[in-house]
Design a protein around this ligand. Structure first.
Ligand SMILES: [Zn+2]
Length: 434
């Protein structure tokens, strides 16, 4: 009898495999963190012997969601500054507050962010922030999968005296996480408007030297584009292309403003994944990224929440719902961005952004990163089409179990790796004045 560490049984399993198979009364066997078998319960039950066998009952298991752009520690600033334009919001509210950040605060509030993500079905995230070593420490405490890098600015920050220091931290992180399967490093220049050509070129050099992907905010608002045109005589996307940034695997957050020429540059590069953050873009009134056109042009697209200061939730179910509704409204076409496409962005698209082909679907050989929703929740009854429910009916609060590499991290309201009540007590001690 074949052995496995964990055997899960569920009413339904949505695999996101190439056929987008939906299995009824199904089971999933896990060994050493990876899926070793998946199929009808009658074929696995009694065949696989597990140290831990669980019948989760009336649940839908799906691949863990991938939050492809966030700043987890910004939970510190949730509700701190709302209803402002992007550049005023950043320059007058966020940057001054971030000047007083400490590694301890970043670790504490990153852990809070990861708690919110795990409780709403997210198993991986792509983060950039200050004191990123503290973000990695929080990820290790929570058990979540993290791809991230120290944010690189042209100016001094609370974490770094200069951009060279930020790149040195990135290099140290790459070395210290080399043996950690859940932790990956990305070189993370903040944006075009907070760096310069020398910094961006140095980021590219480091990414090439260490064979790491890049992650940056790009073409987020019309103001950013106007500023770039004035300073560099071209759009932010053309500017990045001219510096060679699009030749390396690169995750581009927002890309709200994208001309036909920009689109052709992204298409020609074939290395970029667009990280769509509809909640943040709507809240800051930055505009709507041309996601349907990008997809029609064969660009890779993923979905992210951005930070809690501009969303204000780190909940991928909410983000999927926003993406589906926003683009129907913009296109005046209810067939735009159907639920299956949006779910693909939150799973397989995220895996692409992270450069992790062994994530994003539940198939033999892939990591057992998954989540389970209680199908008896009133808003999920009846269940004709699970994908429709995930995008249009679920809130994320139906999640009963979340697992990364076969390890249960969230189980019916309880975090298994850390004491959530103790975390809340620590957070209550931190006073934030406006
Ligand atoms: Zn961001």
């Amino acid at each position: 009898m074949p052995q496995c560490t964990t055997l899960l049984h569920a009413k339904k399993i949505l695999t996101q495999d190439p056929r987008r198979s939906l299995l009824e009364d199904a089971s999933l066997a896990i060994s050493k963190g990876r899926i070793v078998a998946i199929g009808p319960r009658c074929e696995l039950s009694g065949v696989w012997q597990a140290a831990d066998e669980r019948d989760l009952g009336n649940v839908l298991i799906l691949p863990g969601l991938i939050n492809a752009h966030t700043h987890a520690a910004m939970t510190l600033l949730r509700g701190f500054a709302d209803d402002l334009p992007l550049l005023d919001w950043l320059n007058q509210k966020i940057f001054p507050r971030e000047a007083a950040l400490t590694p301890e605060l970043v670790e504490l509030f990153s852990l809070l962010g990861f708690a919110e993500m795990l409780a709403t079905g997210t198993t991986s995230c792509l983060d950039m922030y200050l004191f990123e070593k503290a973000v990695f420490a929080a990820a290790k405490r929570a058990g979540i999968r993290l791809s991230a890098g120290e944010v690189v600015f042209a100016f001094a920050s609370a974490a770094c005296a200069n951009w060279q220091e930020a790149l040195a931290i990135t290099e140290e992180l790459a070395e210290s996480t080399a043996c950690e399967s859940r932790l990956e490093v990305m070189v993370s220049p903040h944006s075009v408007y907070t760096t310069n050509p020398q910094i961006l070129t140095s980021c590219l050099d480091l990414a090439q030297k260490l064979d790491l992907p890049l992650h940056l905010h790009l073409s987020e608002s019309p103001q950013e584009v106007a500023q770039c045109q004035k300073m560099h005589g071209q759009s932010p996307i053309a500017y990045c292309a001219s510096l060679g940034l699009l030749t390396q695997p690169v995750a581009l957050a927002h890309v709200v403003v994208c001309s036909e020429h920009d689109l052709s540059l992204l298409k020609a590069a074939r290395q970029a994944t667009i990280l769509h953050c509809p909640g943040s873009n709507m809240k800051l009134a930055s505009g709507a990224a041309r996601i349907p056109q990008m997809q029609q042009n064969g660009l890779f697209t993923a979905l992210g929440t951005d930070g809690a200061a501009s969303n204000n939730q780190l909940n991928m179910f909410l983000e999927m719902n926003r993406a589906a509704l926003l683009h129907k409204l913009i296109a005046n076409d209810p067939e735009t961005l159907p639920a299956g496409t949006v779910l693909d962005m939150a799973t397989l698209g995220g895996a692409r952004a992270l450069q992790k082909p062994d994530l994003g679907s539940l198939e033999v050989g892939k990591w057992a990163d998954l989540t389970a929703l209680d199908l008896s929740a009133p808003n999920l009854v009846p269940c004709y089409a699970p994908i429709s429910h995930l995008v249009y009916a679920a809130t994320g609060h139906e999640v009963v179990l979340t697992m990364v590499e076969g390890e249960i991290l969230y189980d019916h309201g309880r975090f298994t790796r850390f004491d959530y009540e103790a975390l809340c007590r620590e957070i209550a001690k931190v006073t934030v004045t406006s």
